[in-house]
Design a protein around this ligand. Sequence first.
Ligand SMILES: CC(C)(COP(=O)(O)OP(=O)(O)OC[C@H]1O[C@@H](n2cnc3c(N)ncnc32)[C@H](O)[C@@H]1OP(=O)(O)O)[C@@H](O)C(=O)NCCC(=O)NCCS
Length: 167
Amino acid sequence: MTLEECKKTFKKVVIRGRPIGIRLACKNDREKLIRFYESLSVETIYNRFMGVIRYFDPYVDSLLRKSKAIVIVAEDEEKDEIVGVAEAVGDERGAAESGIAVLERYQRGGLGTAMAKILVEKSKKLGFKTLYGYILSHNMGAYKLAKKFGARIKRDYGEMIRIEIPL
Ligand SMILES: CC(C)(COP(=O)(O)OP(=O)(O)OC[C@H]1O[C@@H](n2cnc3c(N)ncnc32)[C@H](O)[C@@H]1OP(=O)(O)O)[C@@H](O)C(=O)NCCC(=O)NCCS
């Protein structure tokens, strides 16, 4: 992640009437990313992290430090505010764990799909063989989104499932 890459917008979309730019995150997004996660509802945070987190500084710092990671942000260009994040963090086996979250008032407008499409393209380019993630079994939004990219259920833990997208 470099500051140059930070400037390049891959895609512009209009979600719920708002102009949104989708690009790679960069180091100087730290404060905006923390604000984004802290503004999510408890339900969205629980669905994303399967737990309740109050302080996101350590999470964002570690995310921005990772070398084998793709972090995509969606930004409301008029408000200068991050409204969605999708990430893939590579592991030692050539796969990458992915996670995605969209601010509630922008959900169900196609933003998750738009970010996931770019995440999949970038993951292929970086050479990841698989994207995987853990989602709560009742999380229909995440499951439907993953299915659009060919996800299969790899393991069923009851309340949680592991899904994988072969790239
Ligand atoms: C999952 C999430 C990122 C989807 O983002 P989004 O912007 O709403 O996604 P989209 O609008 O592109 O919708 C993708 C598909 O899921 C469906 N969907 C989205 N939310 C849904 C919900 N709550 N219930 C049922 N279906 C839902 C959409 O209808 C769409 O399907 P379609 O294309 O067949 O109509 C968003 O709901 C979110 O942030 N959830 C909380 C965090 C989370 O669960 N993350 C995933 C685990 S890491």
